[in-house]
Design a protein around this ligand. Sequence first.
Ligand SMILES: [Zn+2]
Length: 359
Amino acid sequence: MTILSKKQISAILLAIGLTSLSSCANNTGVNAPIAEANTIAQRLVSTAVAQQPNSPQFGKPIDCTLGKDCFVLLYFDRDPSLAAVDFGCGRQTYNGHDGTDFAIPDAKAMAKGVPVIASAAGKVLRVRDGVVDRRLANSTDKANVAGTECGNGMVIDHGAGWEAQYCHLRKGSVAVKPGAQVQKGAVLGMVGNSGMASFPHVHVTFRYQGKPVDPFVGPEAKLGCNIARNPIWDKPLDYISTGLIRAGFANKPPDENAVWAGQFLETKLPANSPALLFWVQSYGVLKGDREQYKLFAPNGDTIANDSKEIQAPSRTWLRYVGKRNSTNSPLTPGVWRAEYRLTRGDRVLVEVKREVELR
Ligand SMILES: [Zn+2]
């Protein structure tokens, strides 16, 4: 096969990055387990601050393994101004976000069903169902969900002054009724994309005596980040502010809507495809991070080897490299391999390897 010159290759390296999440809205793919990514979990040390002795200990509100088939995409905003900061001093939040977003890979995972579960025992106060699951893409979509921002969900009184609101459940999945007593871990419904949501996830807001509480720091913590904290979780949850959402191959440029829908995760593509593109979507990238994309032909030739510095921070980031199919330089049938690395200084934050068969 003909190997493209460096100049030709750079001509087909296409960047479509810098997508932003305007609201509680995001997700990843079943076929592309997050576990394959080498993400750095930061175990931020908790320093105990005063907390009521009879406060419940809360479990995560979703039945999945964090870092494997789900992840926290957005945290509580700890900045009282118009700026936003998460408890780890990162950017994975937005102004006024009063809860935590536990996301799943994509609409396919959502259709299969990932249970939303009660973080603690309690009594169901209010529920809503019947709101359609639709990924918000623009301001018209946002206007359409005015008044039903939480989508399908419920408020549960967890006792001792605590309540929690669970949002964006899948239409028709709400499994509890007002007045019902639920045990910790009881299934409340399924993760969805209803209301003000641009990705499949469950948003949970914890309130103590009516005031929203960041579950990673507890009710007594000071505002801001890098503070003494006493999480309300029953088990430590790692802080992972940068990671892989998913990666795959496409034969045309992928877009945000399509990848959240679970498309472009094929392991086989026709050899007469117009192009072969290797794409990666990650979250929490920062200015100065470096990403490297490599694409290898079936005979081992390096078709693309692109290293670029990220120019601006982004909460979700989608980019690809690839090769066009042409008579002069056809795509060869066989197994193509691709590698991706996201590094910050000398730390590797995400590492991905994928294969696709062209035939
Ligand atoms: Zn949220």
